[in-house]
Design a protein around this ligand. Structure first.
Ligand SMILES: Cc1cc2nc3c(=O)[nH]c(=O)nc-3n(C[C@H](O)[C@H](O)[C@H](O)COP(=O)(O)O)c2cc1C
Ligand code: SF4
Ligand code: SF4
Length: 349
């Protein structure tokens, strides 16, 4: 395919628990408001992700162990050669642009450049953490509150022809290189997820799995075959709120789908149960999404936030109206990237 400089802006994103999906859809709205057409593609293993020629590619991914998840590299491998098409790369993390995250975009960017893209802008978006330790709620709400302004500024900078590239040092690069080992551990993690008796066989975990790693037994469909994460079961959905654009760019409803109408639970006699393969990306969405908390990790329990993670629950809450005391809320090195990110923004308000 000849990728020339016409066509829409393509936003290709990898998201496990929905925060990167939210960033992608909000950014697409902003490109459209600026007069460009935009299409969103959710990167997931096994899905047909061919995209039409585009005038700009935006690659967004959740940071996993200081890198992009493996599915992003696989997608980039299959991407047709471009001829200088501009690209924006946004990493989405819980910790922000501090060590050890600083080199997290390097591998994805060099792969894009080998494909003939001209990466003119890269940045880190900080969202509530979905692993190991949760972001304190006021900070999480502030992160959601500042997001539209951050994205407006990126779109404005691109419109002005501004460029932003970073130069991570050797220590950052080495840490990122070591982080790639997480990919092997992820496969075992997923394979050893346990399913309790509480499972209703609803299939929500399988439909959302970006790795196609969950197969419902007694059911011909697998996570790979599922067409959309827009289906919602028991009111749960990963489709970013505030956007009618589906993850694949079509405009079908987010309230259920022909594949899984709401309430289509299996009767106890015909239970189908999730079975986990060895292709897990460790995105954690199945563990957090299960409406009856039927899934528990067999290994690596420390990566899962005990109280769970739900972007949609956070989005229902109001951001704090009192003046922000980011210094107080984001104490310690662990939160220094979050603090820096929020304070950059506070200066502009
Ligand atoms: C396996 C795994 C590894 C992660 N590694 C990092 C990391 O190295 N640095 C960081 O700041 N956040 C890390 N995170 C947190 C996520 O990047 C962050 O919560 C992001 O918003 C999740 O995006 P998603 O909701 O689109 O999946 C990690 C999360 C997971 C599940
Ligand atoms: S584990 Fe949970 S989400 Fe998956 S099928 Fe069972 S009840 Fe549904
Ligand atoms: S954590 Fe669960 S949903 Fe995520 S890739 Fe692994 S099996 Fe799939």
């Amino acid at each position: 395919m000849n990728h020339n400089q016409t066509g829409p802006v393509t936003l290709a994103y990898y998201s496990g628990t929905g925060t990167t999906g939210k960033v992608a859809h909000l950014l697409a709205d902003r490109f459209e408001a600026a007069g460009a057409s935009a299409q969103c593609i959710r990167i997931r293993s096994g899905a047909d992700l061919s995209c039409q020629p585009h005038k700009r590619l935006v690659l967004l991914f959740a940071v996993h162990a200081c890198n992009a998840p493996a599915a992003v590299y696989d997608w980039l491998e299959r991407l047709p050669q471009a001829d200088g098409t501009p690209a924006l790369v946004l990493s989405v993390s819980g910790g922000g642009e501090v060590f050890p995250n600083k080199a997290c975009r390097c591998s994805a960017i060099s792969r894009l450049e080998r494909k003939g893209y001209r990466v003119d802008y890269e940045d880190m978006i900080v969202m509530p953490s979905n692993w190991i330790v949760s972001t304190r709620e006021p900070l999480a709400l502030m992160l959601l509150d500042v997001l539209p302004g951050k994205l407006d500024r990126i779109v404005r900078a691109l419109a002005q022809g501004l460029s932003k590239r970073t130069r991570p040092g050797p220590v950052d690069r080495f840490t990122s290189f070591l982080g790639e080992m997480e990919k092997a551990g992820a496969k075992s993690f997923g394979h050893r997820i346990r399913v309790s008796e509480a499972c209703t066989g609803c299939g929500l975990c399988a439909r959302n799995c970006p790795a196609g790693n969950i197969r419902m037994t007694g059911d011909q469909s697998s996570g790979q075959a599922a067409e959309s994460i827009a289906s919602s079961v028991a009111g749960k959905s990963l489709l970013p709120s505030g956007s009618s654009r589906s993850p694949e760019g079509s405009s079908h409803s987010r309230e259920g789908s022909p594949h899984c109408p709401e309430g289509s639970f299996h009767s106890p006699a015909e239970f189908s149960r999730p079975r986990f393969g060895k292709e897990c990306h460790l995105c954690l969405s199945c563990l957090y999404l299960c409406p009856v908390k039927a899934l528990t990790p067999g290994i690596g329990k420390f990566v899962v936030i005990p109280e769970g993670f739900s972007l949609s629950d956070l989005e229902k809450k109001e951001p704090p109206s009192i003046p922000w005391d980011v210094d107080e809320l984001a104490k310690g090195y662990l939160w220094s990237g979050v603090k820096k990110y929020l304070q950059e923004d506070a200066g502009r308000r």
